[in-house]
Design a binder for this molecule. Structure first.
Ligand SMILES: NC(=O)C1=CN([C@@H]2O[C@H](COP(=O)(O)OP(=O)(O)OC[C@H]3O[C@@H](n4cnc5c(N)ncnc54)[C@H](O)[C@@H]3O)[C@@H](O)[C@H]2O)C=CC1
Ligand SMILES: O=C(CO)COP(=O)(O)O
Length: 392
């Protein structure tokens, strides 16, 4: 028998592709309520990118979503103009996501409370150190039916110990909150280069039912694009822990890169880092699933991409090459953007110190000591050496 090649599959028309998987399962959804209205809180590098993704989908699925998406902007002057006005007239975020055209149904709004008026889904996407202040301003203004997704990577460290940011949002605002996390360097997603992500969400006790409330189908429709493939799961803790802690590992990879130690050393850091991430999850968030770290984009894939080309790596490489501090490097390199590992490694250290467990996490602790206590990067291998030979 002769092998038959279907030439239609090579003509670039995806609809003719014999292996094309259909999204029809999610698109035949009958809404039994008003279309969901979405607000994105944040307009940085990732905030603007996710707002773009969402606005493309709300226009496409206007039977499910109100096409207009509001994006709250922490406003600032760019020359004589407000960034908000630039976004609304030129449809580009010239500071945090330059040269990317934004959909016209994405409306920038500098007034936080106005931006969430009538919203059914809040998508949080700001550097995590600013979350407590935002949440404080929102208290008392968010209706109980509202649902939320956190795209932030980090932890909240407070009176309740180390907390997932999604749990923090739920506790402070009384709304169900899931998470989105994955191997997603924003500039690549913004350019519509193909990638994957993981969304995690658990149905709340007051779930209203299919077609009436946010669930996995709604979230897939909200975030999935041909260039941004979404897997929706339940493990909010797993994807949040992986997303927060890979930024600490990425700083160590940056030190390695800046010291010129090469690919083997970087791989060793990532191996150790993955081990500490999983250990941290099992120890402090036993509800997280180990397979999430291996199988999901939010797990090992995000670790790899961030350690290859993320901002945390860039900052740490620059520290190694110039001798500058983490905050100086962040300021000089990132034009107002944030390398979240700098804060996360401190939060992790403080939490582990409270638990008297710093020795159990030598890589996380070494990163903290280098960033905050001027410990020499050259000492990194010694600090993380696994001494498992019994002293006889
Ligand atoms: N950029 C990326 O490639 C990705 C980032 N993330 C995560 O998403 C979250 C948001 O990151 P980005 O959007 O990249 O932010 P960013 O790093 O671009 O930070 C700049 C943003 O912070 C805002 N800002 C500055 N001072 C503020 C204040 N006092 N209050 C509120 N906002 C203030 C700025 O207005 C700007 O919108 C972070 O947790 C990050 O780890 C996740 C995946 C990819
Ligand atoms: O989270 C990210 C990729 O998924 C972005 O990492 P950086 O913040 O290090 O750029």
């Amino acid at each position: 028998m002769t092998a038959h090649i279907n030439h239609k599959s090579h003509n670039g028309n995806q609809d003719d592709h014999p292996f094309k998987r259909s999204d029809s399962a999610v698109s035949i959804m009958h809404l039994k309520r008003e279309p969901f209205k979405i607000t994105v809180i944040g307009s940085g590098n990732w905030g603007t990118t996710i707002a773009k993704v969402i606005a493309e989908n709300t226009e496409l699925h206007s039977h499910i979503f109100n096409p207009e998406v509001r994006m709250w902007v922490f406003d600032e002057k760019i020359g004589d103009e407000n960034l908000t006005d630039i976004i609304n007239t030129r449809h580009q975020n010239v500071k945090y996501l330059p040269n990317i055209d934004l959909p016209h149904n994405l409306v920038a709004d500098p007034d936080l409370l106005h931006s969430i008026k009538g919203a059914d889904i809040l998508v949080f996407n700001i550097p995590h150190q600013f979350l407590p202040n935002i949440v404080k301003q929102l208290q008392g203004h968010v209706a109980p039916h509202v649902r939320a997704i956190s795209c932030l990577k980090g932890f909240e460290l407070g009176s309740k110990g180390v907390q997932l940011l999604s749990s923090y949002v739920t506790d402070e605002l009384g709304v169900q909150c899931g998470a989105l996390s994955g191997a997603n360097l924003a500039p690549e997603v913004a350019k519509e280069h193909w990638s994957e992500t993981t969304v995690a969400y658990q149905l709340p006790k007051d779930y209203q039912g299919e077609g009436k409330d946010v669930d996995h189908k709604v979230l897939k429709l909200l975030f999935h694009r041909p260039y941004f493939h979404v897997n929706v799961i339940d493990d909010v803790a797993g994807i949040s822990i992986a997303g927060a802690l890979k930024n600490v590992v990425a700083l160590a990879c940056g030190f390695v890169e800046g010291m010129g130690w090469g690919n083997n050393a970087s791989a060793a850091i990532q191996r150790l880092g993955l081990g500490e991430i999983i250990k941290f999850g099992r120890m402090f968030f036993p509800e997280s699933k180990v397979e999430t770290y291996y199988q999901e984009s939010a797990g090992v894939a995000d670790l790899i991409t961030t350690c290859s080309g993320g901002r945390n790596v860039k900052v740490a490489t620059y520290m190694a090459k110039t001798g500058k501090s983490a905050l100086e490097a962040e300021k000089e390199l990132l034009n107002g953007q944030s390398a979240q590992g700098i804060i996360t490694c401190r939060e992790v250290h403080e939490w582990l110190q409270t638990c008297e467990l710093t020795q159990e996490y030598p890589l996380f602790e070494a990163v903290y000591q280098i960033v905050y206590n001027n410990v020499r990067m050259e000492d990194l291998p010694e600090m993380i050496e696994e001494l498992d030979i019994e002293d006889k």
